[in-house]
Design a binder for this molecule. Sequence first.
Ligand code: CAA
Length: 257
Amino acid sequence: MTISVVRQEAIALVTVERPERLNALDTPTLRALLEVFHKLANDTSVRVLLLTGAGDRAFIAGADISEMAKKSPAEALAFAHLGHRVCQAIEDAPQPVIAVVNGYALGGGCEIALACDIRLASDRAVFGQPEVTLGIPPGWGGTQRLPRVVPPGIARELLYTGRRILAEEALRIGLVNAVYPAAELMDRAFELARQIAANAPLAVQLAKSATCFGTKHGLEAGLAYERQCFAFAFTTEDQREGMHAFLEKRQPHFRGQ
Ligand code: CAA
């Protein structure tokens, strides 16, 4: 298995397991990742997803170059399409997805991290879009998502130079939310996941859905969609529980209904 899933209560930890290739993604691994994300999207008992790479060297060192080197243009198009479907499955997952970047996140690895809601990095993480140094542009969303996450001029510099950046610089430009010592990273990621998982799951999903909708369709459409999400939340038990718990000065018990 090139992808493993481990459950800890409402949190699912998804790990890319190709450490001997620094977790580079070939077609079978991409397909396995897609299947896992589709399955988890339909699992209402999962409230938060963590995505990481096996070993202590890499999150994902990009698309598998030994596979790509042999591709025809038509095969490259299909490979880009598959990568886009994986990134879209991550972005469209109803649950928040946290990238736990424990090492190299290069090319397709950086693009997968960009499709996640939140990126946490270890102090050993290295980011970059080195595709241009291989004679290609990014093909799994880097040209679109990087300038939406970091300032556009910085994104363009990284996309055109292929320069690698360390965790500290990634933090400074807003590519990651936080940087932790490598030994602490996973504990901190679970801590954040537990904090999110303690909230009303449907409310968190609606917040994600509205945020993504507005990013895709613009402010006016996003605000209209947000109003509908807000009103929909008032059909849920969790809305009544959350507000009554506040008024009764007790902790809420959310059931995701
Ligand atoms: N594809 C295939 N194999 C890879 C790989 C990749 N992206 N990244 C690393 N590996 C393999 C290496 O070939 C090596 O295999 P062997 O032991 O069989 O030689 C093994 O993983 C360990 O890597 P290194 O020996 O190279 O380790 P290092 O510490 O010297 O260097 C590194 C680490 C800087 C990450 C280097 O491996 C590297 O530059 N990797 C490629 C990174 C890259 O360019 N990624 C972008 C790919 S293009 C892309 O992703 C396109 C897209 O937009 C979808």
